[in-house]
Design a protein around this ligand. Sequence first.
Ligand code: UDP
Length: 150
Amino acid sequence: VRPAYLEIPMALERTLSIIKPDAVGKNVIGEIYTRFEKAGLKIVAARMKHLSRAEAEGFYAVHRERPFFNALVEFMTSGPVMIQALEGDNAVLKHRDLMGATNPKDAAAGTIRADFADSIDANAVHGSDSLENAAIEIAYFFPSTDVHAR
Ligand code: UDP
């Protein structure tokens, strides 16, 4: 039996999730929220927003030189998105696992993208890819007073 002090503690993390315009249009916000909750992720901040071009460009600034950048900004501004901060043990990776691979053709069965994404461009959800980016992305959309410890 391992003594308790040797147990590796689970890391309580926060991550940023966006339900993209295609999934909002499919009316599956609730279904996606249910998946978060069943996986033990708590919604600690949320807002619906129709992003301006400048907001989408700023959010995806790391992809500015990529060939798909303009199409990505067009898509992300094509309708309202649902933006939330999620909190839980290993939230960043747990959320990425729930999302599935970027291209829904490669996404494992039962993931959000396998079930709701149409293509690599219209792929239903965004999730922070690291703890460092999660902090930056949460702060991009939420003042700290709008993120609620639970
Ligand atoms: N994307 C795209 N075409 C590509 C690669 C990415 O349209 O060939 C879009 C897609 O919406 C993706 C986003 O750019 O979700 C960000 O790409 P990333 O590689 O960071 O994937 P993610 O972290 O979203 O899985």
